[in-house]
Design a binder for this molecule. Structure first.
Ligand SMILES: Nc1ncnc2c1ncn2[C@@H]1O[C@H](COP(=O)(O)OP(=O)(O)O)[C@@H](O)[C@H]1O
Ligand SMILES: CC(=O)N[C@@H](CCC(=O)OP(=O)(O)O)C(=O)O
Length: 259
């Protein structure tokens, strides 16, 4: 089977124009078929505040009312996605920007209301991803650039966590490719001390993850990221790596494995 790299970048890198430009230059040099998934949560919160809408996040997931959905759609599927595609074209990568609605590439289900009503937030399963279409686009030499907006097939756009999109797309494509999933952010990897970028934990398995979480060493946005990573590994993704977006070719990073 062919290799495929799925690389995810988050708001911390996207927010800084110089970092984003540097990342896109490095991404252009990654060999072989590749897909870029991007978030942008930090910038979206800033845009919401500028519009007088208070951002609300619970367990790292945004509560998305109608006004928030309009704003994040403009921000993720519009401004951010198109800026990334243009930056990749500048680097001679033939990028194709996609929301989940485009080509019906990711169909989601609105999150059912339990203790919390998340509003227009989409939940994903690998079956909702059109792996054949993504495979065909890659076969044409295109590089899909997927944003954090999906749809339900009934005309409703949904806001979906970008880490979850990356993991679910990775699982769906594992039937056709040997998939490496890279979560890239503004630190060198999963750290033993979040304030010391030299304290990278080189390997984490399910047992050490539970211990690190219990000790409070792994916290905040890192918990859903690692939950997504271990789900992906248990569903056929060959390798998950967490590291710095501007050092994607460095050996300093965290590699996750089930055992
Ligand atoms: N052990 C840890 N190592 C690295 N980052 C950690 C750790 N524990 C918590 N974090 C926090 O998790 C954040 C990354 O999660 P998140 O903000 O969701 O990233 P992104 O927006 O790139 O998806 C880091 O910026 C850091 O503040
Ligand atoms: C439902 C939900 O939480 N959606 C996320 C999508 C963006 C995202 O995931 O951005 P980062 O990767 O930069 O965090 C949000 O609106 O913040």
């Amino acid at each position: 089977m062919k290799q495929l790299k799925i690389i995810k970048i988050g708001g911390g890198i996207i927010d800084d124009a110089a970092s984003l430009a540097q990342f896109l230059h490095l991404f252009a040099q990654v060999d072989g078929p590749k897909i870029l998934v991007h978030g942008g949560g930090k910038g979206a919160s800033e845009m919401l505040r500028a519009l007088g809408i208070a951002p609300q996040l619970v367990n790292g997931r945004r509560i998305t009312d109608a006004a928030t959905l309009d704003t994040v759609t403009m921000f993720y599927a519009g401004k951010t996605n198109k800026a990334i595609v243009a930056g990749l074209q500048q680097n001679r990568v033939n990028a194709l920007g996609l929301s989940g609605a485009d080509g019906n590439v990711i169909r989601a289900v609105k999150r059912p209301v339990r203790e919390i009503d998340y509003g227009f937030v989409g939940d994903l399963t690998p079956a909702g991803v059109d792996a054949a279409l993504l495979g065909a686009l890659l076969g044409l030499g295109l590089t899909p650039v997927i944003c954090a907006i999906t749809h339900d097939g009934q005309g409703q756009l949904l806001n979906t966590n970008a880490d979850t999109i990356a993991a679910t797309v990775a699982v769906a494509l594992s039937e056709k490719f040997v998939v490496e999933l890279h979560y890239c952010f503004e630190k060198n990897g999963v750290l033993l001390d979040v304030n010391d970028d030299n304290s990278v934990i080189e390997k984490i398995n399910l047992t050490s993850y539970a211990e690190l979480k219990e000790a409070g060493i792994i916290a905040d946005g890192m918990i859903p990221k690692l939950d997504n990573s271990f789900d992906a590994l248990s569903q056929g993704v060959s390798k998950v790596i967490i590291g710095h977006a501007l050092k994607i070719n460095d050996s300093l990073k965290t590699v996750l494995c089930l055992n």
